[in-house]
Design a protein around this ligand. Structure first.
Ligand SMILES: NC(=O)c1ccc[n+]([C@@H]2O[C@H](COP(=O)([O-])OP(=O)(O)OC[C@H]3O[C@@H](n4cnc5c(N)ncnc54)[C@H](OP(=O)(O)O)[C@@H]3O)[C@@H](O)[C@H]2O)c1
Length: 234
């Protein structure tokens, strides 16, 4: 049993999600305030986003370079809220066991060096090893409920990790803070990137709220593939 997963993102009207560009047209703190309204006891981000905003600037350097292989889930401590990173090879270096007071859980693959796991344990960070060479997202999600009691999880980008979650059928809802701006540059990440299927994922409108400063908060339910598939093939 996995948690209920809401992909919560802010974007310009062209779907671009670059934080600096958004900051020019978005009211400070609005994204976080909406996340609070969504609830949930955990939020999760891809390695690139974690590197940009939360991890230490220098990557982890392994002296062993010896893959840890299959390992049990490590629960360093229980908490009321969790911050979760998805980092296939254990590149992110952490200075503490929490991000903004949310206890840190790292999802890593079996390729991660054993001294990386040792570093996590020494810092009091929890981890889930899932997947032989790339991360098995579905397997990792099952552990969240079982070991950490997470019932609702906010998936908070960037575009590639969001795309991977959608492709794995792991997104139940999309919460989009649409801000009144056009970015339009090439090579800027979008809300969902890197999907390989030629089938558009169908959504059902749940609610729309007009916010101050001309922003919109739009919530969609994801229609499960067998219901939406036929009508949406490209
Ligand atoms: N506006 C918003 O609401 C918002 C929110 C968050 C981020 N952002 C922006 O999004 C940008 C980053 O987005 P991004 O798409 O480049 O990176 P991302 O989604 O943050 O991270 C992608 C990385 O996650 C790791 N990963 C592990 N398993 C994966 C899997 N199954 N599928 C995909 N990735 C996996 C991969 O790195 P490894 O292979 O090394 O593990 C991959 O390169 C930044 O500019 C950030 O500021 C915006």
């Amino acid at each position: 049993m996995r948690p209920y997963i809401i992909c919560h993102m802010a974007s310009c009207i062209d779907g671009k999600i670059d934080g600096e560009a958004l900051g020019a047209v978005m009211r400070h703190g609005k994204y976080e305030a909406i996340a609070k309204r969504l609830g949930g006891s955990g939020w999760i981000c891809g390695r690139t986003t974690m590197q940009q905003h939360f991890a230490e600037p220098e990557p982890f350097f392994s002296t062993s370079n010896e893959p840890a292989g299959n390992q049990p889930v490590h629960v360093a401590r229980e908490a009321s809220s969790y911050a979760i990173s998805v980092d296939t090879l254990g590149k992110l270096r952490w200075s503490s066991d929490n991000l903004d007071r949310d206890h840190l859980i790292c999802i890593i693959s079996e390729q991660v060096p054993s001294d990386y796991l040792k570093m996590l344990r020494e810092k009091g960070i929890s981890y889930i090893v899932s997947g032989a060479s790339s991360i098995d997202l579905t397997g990792a999600m099952d552990s969240f409920r079982k070991y950490f009691g997470i019932n609702t999880l906010l998936l908070e980008g960037g575009g590639h990790i969001n795309g991977a979650f959608v492709e794995a059928g792991l997104v139940d809802e999309v919460s989009l803070l649409l801000v009144p701006g056009i970015d339009g540059r090439h090579d800027i990440p979008t809300v969902f990137d890197g999907l390989s299927k030629s089938v558009t994922v169908a959504l059902k409108l749940k609610s729309v709220e007009q916010l101050e400063s001309d922003a919109l908060w739009i919530r969609y339910e994801v229609i499960p593939a067998q219901e939406g598939e036929d009508s949406c093939k490209a």
